[in-house]
Write a protein that binds this ligand. Structure first.
Ligand code: ADP
Ligand code: TRP
Length: 321
């Protein structure tokens, strides 16, 4: 069983990224042969800042290791360290209908947000399909927003197999964890960098805990019962607290007598404690910069070996060799 996923190096890792992408990836490395990468080619569709890109790649590599990626179990690499992916992307693009890409919400949303409508942005899902198919991936853990890209990947894979023979590429399955498919942000909407409502995982204690005090609440007085449905505090607390502590907070909402300020304080504590082991690992990894380079180099070598095998099979099937 091969499991693969990628994350774009596009800024500070937040709680939504952690539960939607990082935590499932770390858990799944125990289950199968994991291939995890930093999607730096993809990041170029929305970033034109060489120093920023370099820094983000490094930070994300450290984040992955801090969150529990084990380089002894998972093949961990930078997407651009395996340039073979571009050749497969080209081959896939020759069977991918333009109409399939025109339907992609992610493309339309990004253009609406002001990101340049380049060919790279349009062809983003084809490169993503190549990422997945290049390693004969069986399972791809992603957040719900990536589901359509996985459907495009499967459509392209089917078309390639129809044109050049069954088994040219392996059909992957998306793995979407429904309970954390959408983590809410500080304003109650989906947590996302583009909504400026994120809670970062790493940073200084005071400003981070202060951020939680900004959660939007209603004006129910301290002594009155408080709504539990749609509560941002409870939705976030559920992620960090034990089931027992969560049940206590729900009961206190229903009973009344405890104010939102106190609930937020408890949430801030639970959040801070939850990420304590990751923070400690992050400090250790940061203190040893050579380690990160070494891990990525080793991962790239292993990934390239695998990519070469699949690409040789595809080249043969399509008549390039
Ligand atoms: P953002 O929306 O902040 O730009 P990305 O689009 O870079 O985040 O997402 C990176 C990964 O994290 C994807 O797999 C995505 O599905 C997941 N993810 C992002 N935000 C959330 C969220 N609020 N809830 C669950 N998963 C999320
Ligand atoms: N598009 C994904 C995101 O924005 C990142 C990504 C690139 C990816 N290639 C991938 C995810 C292959 C899974 C598999 O989050």
């Amino acid at each position: 069983m091969r499991i693969l996923t990628g994350l774009q190096p596009s800024g500070k890792l937040h709680v939504g990224n952690y539960f939607g992408a990082m935590e499932p990836a770390v858990r799944l490395q125990e289950v199968g042969e994991a291939f995890y990468f930093i999607a730096d080619y993809h990041a170029m569709t929305s970033m034109r800042d060489p120093a920023g890109l370099r820094a983000n790649v490094r930070e994300l590599a450290i984040d992955f290791l801090a969150c529990g990626l084990d380089p002894a179990r998972a093949v961990f690499f930078r997407q651009s360290a395996v340039p073979e992916v571009n050749e497969l992307a080209w081959i896939l693009s020759t069977v991918c209908p333009v109409s399939l890409l025109e339907k992609c919400h992610s493309y339309k949303d990004k253009v609406a947000k002001g990101i340049a409508a380049t060919h790279g942005l349009f062809a983003y899902p084809v490169l993503m399909a190549a990422d997945i198919l290049l390693y004969d991936s069986n399972q791809v853990p992603v957040g719900r927003d990536q589901k359509q890209h996985l459907e495009v990947t499967r459509d392209i894979a089917v078309k390639l197999n129809e044109a050049f023979g069954e088994g040219t590429v392996v059909l992957p399955e998306p793995i979407i964890r429904e309970d954390t498919a959408v983590v809410v942000g500080l304003d109650g909407q989906k947590m996302s960098k583009s909504y400026h409502n994120t809670l970062p995982i790493f940073g200084e204690e005071k400003p981070l805990k202060k951020l939680l005090m900004k959660i939007v609440t209603d004006s129910t007085p301290v002594e009155a019962p408080k709504p539990t449905a749609g509560s941002t505090i409870l939705a976030l607390y559920k992620l960090f607290a034990s089931p027992a502590a969560y049940a206590v907070m729900v009961a206190e909402h229903e009973r009344g007598g405890v104010g939102y300020g106190e609930f937020k304080k408890r949430l801030a504590e639970a959040y801070w404690d939850f990420f304590a082991p990751m923070r400690a690992r992050r400090a250790a990894v940061t203190a040893d910069p050579g380690y990160v380079d070494e891990v990525l180099e080793l991962g790239a070598a292993r990934a390239r070996e695998e990519a070469a095998k699949v690409l040789a099979r595809v080249r043969r099937a399509v008549g390039l060799t």
